[in-house]
Design a protein around this ligand. Structure first.
Ligand code: TYD
Length: 214
């Protein structure tokens, strides 16, 4: 559990896994329960610098070295966590973040074949050692991902099935290694069933963090 008053929950999975829908549903639910909730995302939240990095990463047509790409995601993260997430956690908020450290490990590590230990080390520098209290990994197969994403793709969505397969398998590996923090949820079920699973996992951590009965 992070040492701040708040709770830090991240949402992960391959493109089209439904994590953003679940994040929004969870936000509504937690607000109804009376919690102070902040939703955010990576790359490109709140800070002007982050928005500019997002644009470079997703919508710029230029050749990009895989390490340059990795450092851009990390630069976005450093700015985002220090200037936006950490102050919110200190105020006791529940922060729901769409993608975070595990995306870099899955996409730039497993997907692009960069060294995994180096990414773990660099992630740690970018975040100042702050870790999510809970990570929800929505797992779907490649066929479902392609169907849900459709034909209009950004630069990262355009990397092909082999890349996506490595990313998915990477996520499952990361989840196994970090099985205390990361909970896998089957993202192929219907939205309501997925949300029931989301809620169950989140209620458990709310009880242990805030010692409240939901
Ligand atoms: P985004 O439009 O936010 O889509 P999504 O709904 O899939 O989250 O796009 C972010 C893309 O960037 C997504 O394809 C995953 C990728 N990404 C990385 O490759 N590394 C990272 O560290 C992060 C945060 C995202």
């Amino acid at each position: 559990m992070n040492k701040n008053k708040g709770l830090f929950i991240t949402f992960e999975g391959i493109d089209g896994c439904g994590k953003t829908t679940q994040l929004n549903m969870l936000q509504e639910y937690l607000k109804k329960c009376g919690y102070d909730v902040l939703i955010t995302r990576e790359p490109g939240a709140n800070q002007i610098l982050c928005e500019k990095i997002r644009h470079l990463l997703l919508y710029t047509q230029c050749e990009m070295d895989s390490r340059a790409e990795m450092f851009l995601f990390l630069a976005d993260r450093a700015q985002h966590i220090n200037k936006f997430i950490l102050p919110a956690l200190k105020q006791g908020k529940i922060v729901l973040c769409d993608r975070h450290i595990d995306s870099t490990l899955a996409y730039q590590g497993y997907g692009r074949n960069n060294n995994l230990d180096e990414i773990i080390f660099l992630n740690n520098i970018a975040t100042n050692g702050i870790k999510p209290d809970l990570t929800l990994l929505y797992d779907i197969d490649i066929k479902t991902s392609n169907l849900r994403v459709g034909k209009e793709k950004d630069r990262m969505e355009n990397q092909g099935d082999d890349f996506l397969k490595r990313v998915r398998e990477g996520y499952l590996d990361i989840a196994q290694i970090n099985n205390q923090r990361i909970k896998i949820i089957d993202g192929c079920q219907n939205v309501e069933d997925v949300f029931l699973n989301t809620k169950n996992v989140v209620n458990d951590i709310l009880k242990s963090k805030f010692e409240e009965k939901i």
